[in-house]
Write a protein that binds this ligand. Structure first.
Ligand SMILES: Cc1ncc(C[n+]2csc(CCOP(=O)(O)OP(=O)(O)O)c2C)c(N)n1
Ligand SMILES: [Mg+2]
Length: 391
């Protein structure tokens, strides 16, 4: 799935203590056309488009809530990455598993969290997924939505998700499990360990490497030497795929094919999604270090505008009127969630301590049962040495 290669070079310019980046090359190239999906129906394309709209509009609402002083802590954005979050998670089945990273708020929506859950979480409301105990992304749902709660340490979700796939394998099932890592985070040791383990065990891990060109304020060119991060798949002995992360159809098709491979028990896939982080690292970061031309280049590749043009002008799957109605319905849904979240109470002080450690208040039940194994009887084997095999 080779894609257009942007031909520009970033250069670091130092003057005394200050550092800035200059960019040179051809930044005038027009956005390529969306590629038709091999798998998505008209209805599914429109559904993904709706998730992407909700993702973006929810983040815009969160920015306003932050400016009104209603958010506790920061806000993280996936602006420009909505196609990658939404179309990837859309490829998973309900009983499969997702481990989202901080920018994958769209994936959380697709997986069944509502905009109000995410907004209440940022405002640390008592009705939020963590009941006000965390004010950003550290939540999941093991019971219903099969979402593993992330921790901040970059890369640590990879072996965890590999472990979830191994758990399913011990139940005699091959499932797809999906997680994400940034261009910065993929350089961590645990990324290597987790992916290598998944590779040798043929576990159904679908790893999206979200190459958004920045790891905090460090440009991609300054943190790895390979041209495409998908090349790293060669070192694990697994397929590496490159997609245009701003093209929802390409993202879905790659995710779907990787999930199908996982379900066949053929092992992990690394998918590099090329796109651009269109805001700073978080709301406190104005991203002034990013050359303006880079924003202009990627604005032409805005995932929602491109998908909208594709659905309305190219495929004619939505009339202008239907598109307006769809946008209005997303606005209305979001406004109801925003109002609910704002009006809901903060936790009362006495709820702060209980539940931090389980005092019988949680029932921790395994999602899966015990491994399905059988004992192999062999001559000369003591009972305790008997090997176990999967059924
Ligand atoms: C192991 C580890 N090192 C450093 C950090 C601090 N940190 C948090 S986000 C970030 C930048 C991540 O960049 P990237 O992986 O490209 O993801 P992006 O923010 O671009 O989505 C850093 C260095 C961390 N959370 N974990
Ligand atoms: Mg990055």
């Amino acid at each position: 799935m080779r894609m257009e290669k942007p031909h520009f070079v970033m250069r670091q310019v130092r003057a005394g203590d200050s550092v800035r980046y200059e960019i040179s090359g051809d930044l005038r190239a027009p956005a390529p056309a969306i590629r038709d999906s091999k798998y998505l129906s008209k209805k599914q394309c429109i559904e993904i488009y709706r998730w992407m709209l909700l993702n973006r509009k929810m983040e815009a609402a969160l920015e306003n809530l932050y400016k009104q002083g209603k958010v506790v802590g920061g806000v993280y954005f996936g602006l420009g990455q909505e196609a990658c979050s939404c179309a990837s998670a859309y490829a998973l089945k309900p009983d499969e598993w997702l481990g989202p990273m901080i920018r994958n708020q769209g994936s959380l929506l697709v997986r069944g969290f509502s905009a109000r859950d995410i907004m209440m979480q940022y405002m640390a409301k008592s009705g939020s997924p963590t009941k006000g105990r965390d004010a950003s992304s550290h939540f999941g749902d093991h019971e219903h939505r099969n979402v593993v709660a992330p921790i901040s340490t970059l890369g640590d979700l990879i072996p965890v998700l590999a472990g979830v796939a191994l758990g399913a394998r011990l139940q005699g099932r091959n499932i797809a499990v999906m997680t994400y890592i940034g261009d910065g985070g993929q350089s961590t040791g645990v990324t290597y360990e987790g992916l290598n383990f998944a590779a040798v065990q043929n576990l159904g891990l679908v790893l999206f490497v979200e190459n958004n060109l920045w790891g905090y304020s460090t440009p991609a060119d300054m943190q790895f030497r390979v041209e495409d991060l998908a090349e790293r798949a060669i070192a694990y002995g697994i397929p590496g795929v490159i997609v245009d992360g701003t093209d929802a159809c390409q993202v879905f098709d790659a995710a779907h094919e990787a999930c199908e491979r996982a379900r066949r028990g053929e092992g992990p896939t690394l998918i590099e999604a090329k796109m651009m982080r269109m805001k700073g690292h978080a709301i406190h970061d104005a991203a002034e270090y990013v050359p303006k031309q880079l924003f202009e280049y990627w604005t032409k590749r805005d995932p929602i505008a491109r998908f909208e043009r594709y659905l309305v002008d190219v495929k004619k799957w939505l009339t202008r009127d239907e598109n307006m109605k769809l946008i209005a319905s997303v606005d209305a849904e979001l406004e109801a969630h925003r109002e609910f979240a704002v009006a809901s109470p903060m936790p009362s002080p006495e709820t702060a301590a209980p539940g931090a450690y389980c005092e019988g208040c949680h029932q921790i039940k395994p999602k899966y049962a015990m491994p399905k194994v059988r004992k192999i009887k062999g001559p000369g084997l003591k009972q305790s040495e008997a090997a176990v095999h999967l059924k």
